[in-house]
Design a protein. Structure first.
Length: 297
C-alpha cells in the first residue's frame, strides 16, 4: 500500500509557504501522494453537525486555503507524488469552471492529478454558495457527465437538468485521463462509485467496519470497460492516548493500523496531521518523518 500525506492548509498552517515546504520535504521522505481538502465556510452555529467527535467543527477549520491553490503550490515544489483532492465539494462549483481549473492543475503537474470529488456534509456551505441542498446528489451526477464531455473530443456539448453547454471547443485538454475518485460511505454513494468512478475516497474506520464497506462496494455492478475501483483511505491522525478511533495513539500504532488496512486490499492511504496536537511546522515535519519511518512502503 502506498502512503501519502495531507498537505498543511488549515488553521495555523494556512499559508502557501507552509504548503511549499511540506510538499518538498514529503517528497524527500518518500511520500507517494499529497492531498488537499475543501472547506468553503466555517459558521459559528452549524446547521448540520460535523461528522466526527462531538459534532462541532475543529477550530483549525476557521482558516483554510483553497484546495486547488494548495495543490498548485505543491505541484511546483515536487516532481513525483500524485496530487489529489479529498474531497472537493463538486456541487458547489459550476462544472465547466471546475473542469477548467482541474485541467490547469493537471497540466501544471504533468499529469499527476487525482480529482477527488464529494458532496460536503455542510448545509451552511450550500446556502453560502446558493446551491440547493436537496439537489446535491443529482448535481454531482451531472457534474461527472459534464467533466466527461469537456475532457472528451471536440466539439463538446452537454444538455442536462442543471447545465447546458452549446457545441464548442474546450482546450487545452488534460495530459491524459484524469482519474476521478468519489467520497461517501452511504449505500447510494457506494453505488455511484461502483458504477462510474475510478476510485473511492474512504475514511479510516475500525477494521471490521472498513472490511464491510469494501465488501459492499465490490458487490455493486461496475460499468463495462472500467478498471476495478481503487481505494484511497484518509487517516485523520490524533497522537495521544489510544482510544476507540482507529488512528488515535502513537505513531507506531497508526503504522500498525496502516499495515492492517493494507491486508484488506486498500491500495493507497494518506495521513492528515493538521488536527493533531502539533501546531508548528517543525512538529508537523517531525511527525511526518517518524510516520514515514514507521511505515516504509
Amino acid at each position: 500500500m502506498r502512503l501519502g500525506l495531507g498537505l498543511p492548509q488549515f488553521g495555523a498552517f494556512a499559508h502557501p509557504d507552509h504548503v511549499r515546504t511540506v510538499a518538498a520535504e514529503a517528497e524527500a521522505m518518500g511520500y507517494e501522494s499529497l492531498w488537499a481538502g475543501e472547506r468553503v465556510h466555517a459558521p459559528h452555529r452549524l446547521l448540520t453537525p460535523y461528522p466526527g467527535g462531538d459534532g462541532t467543527m475543529p477550530p483549525q477549520m476557521r482558516a483554510g486555503l483553497d484546495p486547488l491553490l494548495t495543490l498548485s503550490v505543491a505541484a511546483q515544489a515536487t516532481t513525483l507524488p500524485r496530487l489529489g483532492t479529498s474531497t472537493l465539494s463538486a456541487p458547489l462549483h459550476p462544472p465547466i469552471a471546475l473542469a477548467r481549473a482541474l485541467t490547469g492543475l493537471d497540466l501544471l503537474s504533468s499529469g499527476r492529478l487525482i480529482a477527488g470529488l464529494g458532496l460536503s456534509w455542510s448545509k451552511d456551505e450550500y446556502l453560502a454558495a446558493g446551491v440547493p441542498w436537496t439537489e446535491r446528489g443529482a448535481r454531482l451526477d451531472e457534474t461527472l457527465d459534464v467533466l466527461a464531455a469537456l475532457w472528451g473530443p471536440d466539439p463538446v456539448r452537454h444538455r442536462g437538468r442543471f447545465w447546458t453547454i452549446s457545441p464548442g471547443e474546450f482546450q487545452p485538454k488534460p495530459t491524459g485521463k484524469v482519474p476521478v475518485y468519489l467520497g461517501g460511505g452511504s449505500e447510494a454513494a457506494l453505488r455511484r462509485i461502483a458504477r462510474r468512478a475510478d476510485g473511492w475516497l474512504a475514511i479510516a474506520l475500525p477494521l471490521d467496519a472498513l472490511r464491510r464497506q469494501l465488501a459492499a462496494l465490490r458487490e455493486h455492478p461496475r460499468e463495462a470497460g472500467l478498471e476495478p475501483v481503487r481505494t484511497v483511505l484518509r487517516v485523520n491522525a490524533e497522537f495521544g492516548p489510544p482510544g476507540e478511533r482507529p488512528a488515535q495513539g502513537s505513531v507506531e500504532q497508526i503504522a500498525d493500523y496502516l499495515h492492517e488496512v493494507a491486508e484488506l486490499g486498500v491500495e493507497d492511504a494518506f495521513v492528515d496531521l493538521q488536527f493533531t496536537t502539533c501546531d508548528t511546522l517543525p512538529e508537523f515535519l517531525d511527525h511526518a518523518a517518524r510516520l514515514r519511518t514507521a511505515y516504509p512502503t
